[in-house]
Design a protein around this ligand. Structure first.
Ligand SMILES: *Cc1c(COP(=O)(O)O)cnc(C)c1O
Length: 495
């Protein structure tokens, strides 16, 4: 059955999946959502016999219904190949009775690779299908990991250019180095003097700027987005929750139909929304546990029903979660409003205007499968150190946020349900915070020396992603002010 996509703000006609991917953000400023969520047409028992790639096909075909089988299989084959350092693509590690779903085995060692390995293929296929004219310009704001994963995905892809804005002082040294050493004539990386929310709002503004759109059109360009506001990011993320469940079943860790909990370290609310979609499509998930760092807007939201971004923006050791405006929450709000675009639009306008909104009691009732909590930097450091001491397993700071919140949830509720923690980054991406958490004596050491030391401690080889930036030359030095983003875009496109 065909699934069409509509905007959460309600002022758009329904479009096909490929058109939604191509467009990124809806023209009325809303996000595209599927008009309904289809049920899986395979049992978990059947899923447990499939490879990651086969699972990806069986899940994605349900939502990307205007892609032919051949198109979809070809995108999947080209995405999930030897770019990943393990054949299973997303392995599960059992540590102290909890399952860490390692989503960092792709080219840039963060979970963004799970979707951004396939997005360029989906997008170029979508352009062909829709006979879209002109070069696609991917405009992206990053809190650190999306930027590199999108650059790696789109570099040298014919018919595309990519521009990435990152907060100049808001990413880890390794994250920054990964981005500024990116090769490819069609790539552009700019550090902005502001935080992630500034970058994200700036990008959203450029998307909505009609004059700029006209300027682009004259020159044969069209914008699209590689951020998780693009439905082409969200759909591939549903896959690994199904795959994880099927693997647990296959290994006899759970019985068929047994519900599991998932814990997701959350920033822009994309990853956990994918888990929510999986649940609604029939995956046995009991609780969706939303883990925040000190920027705990979502924790407050789940506790009180009030979303309030009016607070200090805190730079933490988990920079990819340093976000006060979680874009994808809009898709959840729309859903708990009963797919009511007018009600959602009113709340989003309040957010844009006053920086806050409150949902109704009825909407709150529909959030009963969510639980939110947060972890401080000290708690995360303590978790990294203690888990390493006890088991030798090393967490990155984002996964540590999830792990601490998982402990808090269990303590608070006594719920003994088996749990999968989305492990969103390799500790090698955040060696400075990780090694400092393990032992203060590493504080003075240089980044790449720290990587070697981490390898010695953990027994895990230094990933290729780190090796390749050790000596790579810096190719991008551009910086701009918050209000200089449009100029930066034009400068690159006119080059
Ligand atoms: C992006 C990111 C997150 C947050 O994911 P969202 O989908 O934005 O909620 C968490 N951890 C890491 C390492 C990330 O890169």
């Amino acid at each position: 059955m065909e699934i069409l996509y509509k905007s959460t703000r309600g002022h758009e006609d329904k479009v096909t999946a490929s058109a939604a991917i191509l467009q990124g953000l809806a023209a009325d400023g809303g996000l595209f959502v599927p008009e309904r969520l289809p049920e899986f047409d395979k049992t978990m028992e059947e899923f447990s016999k499939l490879s990651y790639q086969e699972t990806a096909y069986e899940v994605m075909k349900l939502l990307l219904t205007d892609f032919s089988e051949e198109e979809l299989r070809s995108c999947i084959r080209r995405a999930y190949d030897s770019k990943f350092d393990t054949e299973v693509i997303a392995p599960l590690a059992e540590v102290e009775g909890t399952y860490y779903l390692e989503l960092f085995h792709g080219r840039t060692i963060a979970f963004k690779d799970m979707a951004l390995s396939i997005l360029p293929h989906l997008m170029t296929t979508a352009a062909k299908k829709n006979h879209a004219e002109g070069e696609i310009v991917i405009l992206t704001a990053t809190s650190g990991d999306t930027g590199k994963a999108a650059l790696a995905g789109f570099a040298d892809v014919p018919g595309t250019r990519i521009i990435v804005f990152y907060p100049k002082n808001g990413v880890s040294p390794i994250q920054e180095r990964q981005m500024v050493t990116q090769k490819g004539d069609n790539t552009c990386v700019v550090g902005i003097h502001g935080n992630f929310d500034d970058a994200q709002s700036g990008v959203k503004k450029l998307f909505g700027d009609r004059e700029l759109a006209a300027w682009m059109q004259e020159r044969g360009f069209r914008f699209s987005s590689a951020n998780s506001i693009n439905i082409g990011r969200l759909v591939p993320q549903i896959v690994y929750y199904v795959y994880a469940y099927a693997q647990l079943l296959k290994e006899g860790r759970i019985v068929d139909g047994e519900a599991i909990n998932v814990v997701v370290p959350t920033g822009n609310f994309g990853n956990i929304l994918a888990a929510f979609y999986a649940k609604n499509m029939g995956l046995p998930i009991a609780k969706l546990i939303c883990a925040s760092n000190d920027n705990k807007v979502l924790y407050d939201f789940f506790r009180t029903g009030v979303y309030d971004r009016n607070r200090e923006f805190i730079l933490t050791s988990s920079p990819s979660m340093d976000i006060l405006i979680s874009s994808n929450l809009e898709r959840l709000i729309y859903r708990i409003a009963g797919d009511n675009a007018a009600e959602n639009s009113a709340l989003m306008e309040a957010l844009a205007g006053e920086g806050r909104y409150e949902i109704t009691g009825q909407m709150r009732e529909r959030l009963d499968s969510f639980y939110g909590n947060f972890a401080s930097q000290e708690e995360c450091a303590e978790k990294i150190r203690s888990l390493y001491d006890k088991t030798g397993y090393v967490l990155d700071p984002h996964t540590a946020v999830a792990s601490v919140v998982c402990d808090k949830y269990r303590k608070e509720t006594k719920d003994g349900t088996k749990t999968v923690i989305a492990s969103t980054a390799s500790p090698y991406k955040f060696t400075r915070s990780v090694m400092s958490a393990i032992d203060k004596k590493y504080d003075g050491m240089e980044d790449f020396a720290l990587a070697d030391e981490l390898s010695r401690l953990s027994g895990v080889a230094v990933p290729q992603a780190i090796e390749e930036i050790r000596t790579a030359p810096v190719l991008h030095t551009a910086q701009c002010e918050k209000d200089g983003m449009e100029q930066a875009v034009k400068a690159f496109l006119e080059k």
